[in-house]
Design a protein around this ligand. Structure first.
Ligand SMILES: C[S@@+](CC[C@H](N)C(=O)[O-])C[C@H]1O[C@@H](n2cnc3c(N)ncnc32)[C@H](O)[C@@H]1O
Length: 324
């Protein structure tokens, strides 16, 4: 904080907000589309952002922090007002928190791939946030009428449109052991952490808040461990704790965007050295060396072992299209 940022950096931040409005929020959250366009033209908010480190200037972080302080999603006027009157408080929150959106419905995309593996499974999720995407066998699923019961009858049902020959299993896979790894694990039993996760959701997206609350309650009942650590340095030690007699799977979703290209290549080497099955559910272009199927720029791709593109999916788990 306090570094003088030149005019060009301000222009880049404005461009980032415009890009966010047009490429990410458009068609998904009209409120955040309008808000991001407004930030791009608001000199006071851009000046506030320029005093934060570059990694802390993202729309998702600003909008979630504003929602946390305001109690409701911001609009252009309330955000301008917040920056003017409570800018210090807002900056502290943005420096302290990260974008760690944990979308339990992504389990519906991972489940068919996991169920094809020889069980029982030992699961490691890197970038697990609050561990909600580690509960893959506890949730129930509804793939457009084809239903599947999970092990916890009180856990939420993940609805997911299945396109193509999705290998929907008859039963959830047996999980013998599971662990998460995250730079900053969140605690599903801590109301402030769950509130932060709910502030990361976008207005206009139906069902996500209820699903988050139900998934967090499930995580509290089952107390899954998410260890603090970096996926480059600490994965091998965690993998060494996995029990024998189980297929070790290392997986992740919406995590590789946090790494630069060199780190993504190093991560691929780290996972390959473990001899585990590797499942990546990520935005296109992030798994090193993978040749992508044609598709929308927002769709995720599910890649096995860094080479085999199994499926394309909705970034929030709303649909999965099987390709292999
Ligand atoms: C957008 S969240 C995704 C959470 C979950 N995988 C899901 O799909 O809902 C990304 C998570 O990756 C974590 N993360 C980012 N870089 C990491 C790293 N180098 N090592 C471990 N975790 C990391 C972040 O802290 C964050 O919790």
């Amino acid at each position: 904080m306090g570094t003088m940022i030149g005019h060009d950096s301000d222009a880049t931040t404005a461009e980032n907000y415009r890009r966010f409005a047009r490429l990410e929020a458009a068609g998904r959250s009209p409120a955040y589309e309008r808000l991001a366009e407004a930030v791009a033209g608001d000199e006071e908010i851009l000046g506030f952002l320029a005093r934060l480190p570059p990694a802390k200037r993202q729309p998702n972080l600003l909008f979630a922090a504003a929602r946390y302080l305001l109690g409701d999603p911001a609009n252009p006027e309330s955000l301008h007002d917040l920056v003017e009157r409570r800018g210090g408080e807002l900056a502290v929150l943005m420096l302290q928190r990260r974008t760690q959106t944990n979308e339990a419905a992504r389990c519906a995309v991972l489940l068919p791939a996991l169920a094809l593996l020889p069980g029982p499974l030992a699961l490691i999720e890197v970038g697990a946030a609050a561990g909600l995407t580690l509960l893959v066998d506890l949730y129930s699923y509804d793939y457009g009428g084809q239903k599947l019961s999970g092990l916890d009858p009180d856990a939420p049902v993940m609805s997911c449109r299945a396109i193509g020959a999705v290998p929907i299993p008859d039963a959830v896979p047996e999980v013998k052991w599971r662990a998460g790894l995250d730079l900053n694990p969140l605690d599903p039993s801590d109301p402030a952490d769950v509130e932060w996760l709910s502030c990361l959701l976008w207005p206009g997206e139906e069902g996500r808040a209820e699903r988050l609350a139900a998934a967090a309650a499930t995580a509290c009942r089952h107390r899954v461990e998410v260890h603090r650590g970096d996926l480059l340095c600490d994965l091998a030690d965690l993998a060494a704790k996995a029990p024998g007699g189980a297929t070790l799977v290392v997986y992740h979703s919406a995590v590789l965007a946090y790494l630069d290209e060199a780190e993504r290549r190093s991560f691929a080497q780290v996972v390959r050295a473990l001899g585990a099955v590797w499942l990546a559910n990520e935005a296109p272009g992030l798994v090193p060396g993978v040749v992508l199927p044609p598709g929308g720029h927002r769709d995720f791709v599910l890649v096995k072992d860094g080479t085999e593109v199994l499926a394309r999916s909705d970034p929030h788990g709303g649909w999965v299209e099987w390709l292999s």
